[in-house]
Design a binder for this molecule. Structure first.
Ligand SMILES: *Cc1c(COP(=O)(O)O)cnc(C)c1O
Length: 233
């Protein structure tokens, strides 16, 4: 019997990779400068297994409780787990122990805890600062005004390696509006690099705005539904 999950996920993965390569060419990005993070939140261990069979090694999760059994299910040392969700204070220890990346650092207390709780035998935890571009009070992320202080602080923490910025834009209607929003993150990224930072990561772009993000310089696109289909949970 054909394995439909495997066929669908393998097809979606190769389509996505082609779309990424096409966008790199169209927007004069360096070949292979955009990394595909498979967002496996709400997807089963079985589907993650199919994605691994299809060659995908990096996965993003946004709930610790859901992520831990998935991480445990795959002892493959080549896998890379990225935490991309809201971080509760009491979850920082397990995040620092089990993930290689955290895209959603938004305040100094969380950064301090992740730094203290990152095990000594592991390399520094790669982090991105999640920026709230729309300045909405209810949206997650560090405000544009507070970004520079938070970045300076993270630079002092030896068990964290600050890699770049992440954002989840408020949904936009047109491609041009999507691009304009991502351009704001790129400007903040360039401002930091003009100071004492050496950031190399722009985590921006999801299933519905990936192309606009690549056009503006994204280096990690975080793709869930376009790879796995609608979420089960
Ligand atoms: C869910 C999620 C994604 C993926 O969204 P899709 O629309 O399924 O591609 C990307 N980033 C974050 C932070 C998410 O929570």
């Amino acid at each position: 019997m054909p394995d439909r999950n495997l066929i669908n996920i393998a097809n979606n993965l190769s389509d996505l990779k082609q779309q990424i390569r096409d966008a790199e060419v169209a927007y004069k990005r360096k070949p292979n400068s955009v990394f595909l993070l498979a967002v496996s939140k709400g997807q089963s261990i079985e589907k993650i297994g199919k994605a691994i069979l299809a060659g995908q090694l990096a996965f993003g999760e946004n709930h610790l409780q859901e992520a831990l059994p998935k991480i445990a299910a795959f002892p493959n040392k080549k896998l890379e787990w990225h935490f991309i969700g809201l971080i509760q204070r009491n979850k920082t220890k397990k995040i620092a122990e089990h993930f290689q990346w955290v895209h959603s650092v938004t305040d100094p207390q969380i950064a301090k805890r992740l730094n203290e709780q990152r095990p000594n035998h592991l390399p520094p935890l790669n982090i991105c600062l999640q920026v709230n571009l729309s300045q909405q009070k209810n949206k997650l992320g560090v405000s544009v005004d507070e970004l520079s202080d938070l970045a300076d602080y993270c630079l002092t923490l030896p068990h964290l390696k600050i890699r770049g910025l992440m954002t989840i834009p408020f949904p936009k209607n047109t491609f041009e509006e999507q691009r304009a929003e991502f351009a704001k993150l790129v400007e903040l990224f360039n401002d930091l690099n003009a100071k004492n930072f050496q950031l190399d990561t722009l985590s921006m772009g999801m299933s519905n705005d990936m192309k606009a993000a690549i056009a503006e310089g994204s280096t990690i696109v975080r793709i869930g539904t376009a790879l796995f289909g609608t979420r089960d949970q």
